[in-house]
Design a protein around this ligand. Structure first.
Ligand SMILES: C[S@@+](CC[C@H](N)C(=O)[O-])C[C@H]1O[C@@H](n2cnc3c(N)ncnc32)[C@H](O)[C@@H]1O
Length: 251
């Protein structure tokens, strides 16, 4: 089974990311504002997870449809929020072409797939469902900041006693992907996420047919910088439509 179909669909995920419940109160409004759409716009929240950012999108007056692979997240979403949700896989979205004004992809939800072709496919699917002139907000962690953040504990098991689990963070041998292993009780989890450089993000967005309209280094929309904790890209599907091009070396 792919790691992302297991790790996020386990009750322990809600423990590991408990902080994100409270973070949603400031992250949600800030990220929703960076989408910069008009009230009444239709927005796909992909992936929506348990719906923690949905209220902020709805507060902007957007019509929101959430989509996620994890039945457990969708179940929690359904119990805490009303509104449309769909089970889906990023690689093949169950929506017709050019049907929405915005795609909202928050909290490092790109780079999960093992191959460049699949990661590109996710962006191409986002481009396909957006109407010409529509907007993608892609919220990623900044690579340099992450490198700095993990340097002191890289490769070592760290006991997170209050949280009740152990964690080890490592870069893959080619240093392209971050591996986060967690052990809790008898269960093991292993996130395996490609952490692209800024030129790689821009290259993939371009190849998928997007024009990067803005890049930010903070939730407030502050300027992008190499060492910013978050790299947030607002990209537009051009009015003249998407012209996908092949990637130079699909993985
Ligand atoms: C880090 S969470 C972010 C969720 C939400 N954006 C948030 O900020 O809370 C990543 C989400 O991606 C979903 N996911 C992972 N792989 C997926 C896939 N191939 N297709 C659709 N959703 C996927 C997971 O189930 C999980 O809910």
């Amino acid at each position: 089974m792919d790691w992302f179909a297991y790790d996020f669909d386990h009750p322990a995920y809600f423990d590991h990311y408990r902080d994100k419940e409270n973070d949603a109160f400031y992250e949600g409004p800030a990220l929703a504002a960076l989408l910069r759409l008009q009230p009444g716009a239709s927005v796909l929240d992909l992936p929506c997870g348990w719906g923690r950012l949905r209220p902020a999108l709805e507060d902007c007056g957007y019509h929101v449809i959430g989509g996620d692979l994890s039945p457990l997240n969708l179940q929690r979403h359904r119990s805490e929020h009303s509104g449309a949700i769909v089970r889906l896989d990023f690689r093949s979205l169950p929506f017709r072409a050019a049907c929405v004004d915005g795609v909202f992809c928050a909290f490092t939800s790109w780079g999960y797939f093992a191959t460049e072709a699949e990661n590109l496919r996710q962006l191409q699917e986002f481009a396909r469902v957006l109407r010409p002139g529509g907007t993608l907000l892609l919220d990623l962690c900044g690579r340099e900041s992450l490198e700095h953040g993990v340097a002191s504990t890289e490769g070592r098991w760290v006991e997170l006693k209050d949280l009740g689990y152990r964690e080890r963070v490592r870069w893959s041998p080619d240093r392209k992907r971050i591996w986060t292993e967690r052990k809790q009780g008898g269960s093991s989890f292993r996130h395996d996420i490609w952490i692209p450089t800024d030129p790689e993000v821009r290259d993939f967005l371009d190849t998928a047919g997007f024009e990067v309209e803005g890049a930010f280094g903070s939730l407030r929309g502050g300027p992008w910088s190499r060492d910013a904790e978050r790299w947030i890209y607002r990209a537009m599907k051009p009015q003249h439509g998407v012209k996908p091009r092949p990637v130079s070396s699909p993985g």
